[in-house]
Write a protein that binds this ligand. Structure first.
Ligand SMILES: Cc1ncc(COP(=O)(O)O)c(C=O)c1O
Length: 471
């Protein structure tokens, strides 16, 4: 196939080392504008109004999109729940809108402290520390604990906040193949032989959102005990949404309160930005308040965030939460089975995240154009977040989706596929095989840059720059 750069290139092709730092994004920006002009840039869509199962919004340059929404992270639809909105309004009236200080100084509020106690109780740990965003919790707990002489063993698909935290903390980062506990054990054994005194942190997620799959957590925790390592798991995508009482994958696997460290996010299920770290330790809070950049040197969670998350947590723990989880599970089942019946490759296990492989990156971009045009709001995940041949739609289901929403989405997908096939086939030409990537890249027209851009600008080929962690 002969594709234009807007379909053939990847963001990594525009990874510049120009000495003029402010010019470094000129080329990727121009490339993204080219994608947008062709309709192949589904990113940075903005919402007009509330998050919901049907939304209106705008693409990056302002053209309108609307339709069934499978692109938002609001799995239990709590961000629109009347109780949660009322809690936010009450908090604004009673406590104002801002924490106005770091958690190490005057930024804690009655609400955030209550939330910490309630979450510790819900997750089965001795203590919990909250953060204003979950990215900071993941990055912060690793950088607070791990010293340069320590080691981190991390699943290759673990979230970017965990990968970046590991890289910032130590050069001794060991990526292990996705979900391969035996690779973790091999690495632990070798490290204990060579570095008997070093701290070792093993990092994984309870539910990976690229593939919707889970590791065997009990086995990992046993390995950590055997080799005197510490296990950190991130439950961003399942706490509240999975498990009979909402305690997530840990509940499904009989591991509630039994991992060394648990971190999570409020932004997928609890209707608010924010995150937390739980542990059976009373001193860890001291470290996270005073010795953790993204907590110590940033303003703490606002009273509104705390009120929203507390109100969501109360719902999640009660009958309302159970009913919402049940509706979500039914919707997920309906969507997964409809797609599988039509022959789509749907990855992983039943969860709010439904990853559907669409394959070739160019095809994925073309498909996203027709999905948006026909009224389906979805997220495309493409290289370098995943391999160039395994682009996927990461569909995110909500409790409030109706059977009609799901049916409409599936019908829209089928129609968009026909449009996309036609457009994809129109690029037919001399085939470009995997090993001919270099030739393809030579034909890529790098967007025109200002004359003064230096010759040191580099355009790496596919694969030169290491793959990023999960999103
Ligand atoms: C596994 C995982 N951990 C952490 C985060 C960060 O969460 P937040 O966006 O709430 O800061 C995310 C969000 O994308 C995630 O998917």
């Amino acid at each position: 196939m002969r594709f234009p750069p807007s379909l053939a290139s990847s963001a990594l092709d525009f990874f510049h080392t120009d000495s003029n730092l402010l010019r470094r994004f000129d080329a990727p920006h121009a490339w993204c504008d080219e994608r947008l002009a062709g309709g192949y840039d589904p990113y940075q869509t903005s919402l007009d109004g509330c998050v919901g199962t049907r939304v209106r919004g705008r693409l990056r340059v302002g053209s309108r999109v609307s339709g069934v929404n499978l692109a938002s992270q609001d799995y239990l639809s709590l961000s629109a729940a009347p109780e949660v909105r009322a809690a936010a309004i009450a908090a604004v009236e009673a406590e104002g809108v801002h924490s106005a200080g770091s958690a190490a100084l005057m930024g804690l509020t009655t609400g955030s402290l209550q939330l910490e106690r309630e979450l510790a109780d819900f997750t089965g740990f001795l203590d919990c520390t909250v953060f204003p965003i979950a990215w900071a919790a993941g990055y912060g707990v690793i950088t607070a604990l791990v010293r340069p002489s320590d080691h981190v063993i991390i699943d290759v698909l673990a979230h970017a906040c965990l990968q970046e935290g590991a890289r910032s903390a130590t050069a001794n980062v060991h990526k292990v193949p996705h979900l391969k506990n035996n690779a973790v054990e091999r690495r632990l054994r070798r490290l204990r032989e060579t570095s008997p005194e070093a701290g070792i942190l093993v990092v994984t997620e309870t539910l990976f959102s690229m593939d919707s799959d889970s590791p065997r957590i009990g086995e990992l925790q046993d390995l950590c005990k055997k080799y005197s390592a510490t296990l950190l798991v991130d439950c961003a995508h399942d706490l509240g949404a999975l498990g009979a009482t909402g305690r997530g994958v840990l509940e499904e696997q009989g591991m509630v309160g039994q991992v060394d460290l648990l971190m999570g996010s409020f932004s997928k299920v609890f209707g608010s930005p924010g995150g937390f770290v739980c542990a059976n330790s009373v001193s860890l809070k001291w470290g996270l308040r005073y010795s953790c950049g993204p907590s110590t040197f940033t303003n703490a969670m606002s009273p509104v965030q705390a009120a929203v998350v507390r109100s969501s947590l109360a719902l999640i723990r009660g009958d309302e939460g159970a009913a919402r989880r049940e509706r979500l599970a039914r919707n997920v089942h309906r969507l997964r089975s409809a797609l599988q019946r039509l022959g789509y490759r749907v990855l992983g296990r039943q969860s709010a995240v439904v990853p559907v492989i669409v394959g070739d990156v160019a095809y994925g971009r073309i498909l996203s154009k027709y999905l948006l045009r026909r009224g389906a709001i979805v997220n495309l995940v493409e290289y370098p977040a995943v391999s160039p041949k395994s682009s996927r739609l990461r569909l995110q289901v909500m409790a409030d989706h109706t059977p009609a929403d799901i049916e409409e989405f599936v019908a829209t997908l089928r129609a968009a596929e026909q449009d996309a096939r036609r457009e994809y086939d129109s690029f037919a030409g001399e085939p470009v095989e995997e090993e001919a990537h270099d030739a393809l890249q030579d034909s890529v027209v790098v967007p025109k840059l200002p004359d003064s851009v230096s010759d040191s600008t580099v355009v790496p080929k596919y694969g030169r720059v290491p793959k990023l962690g999960g999103l």
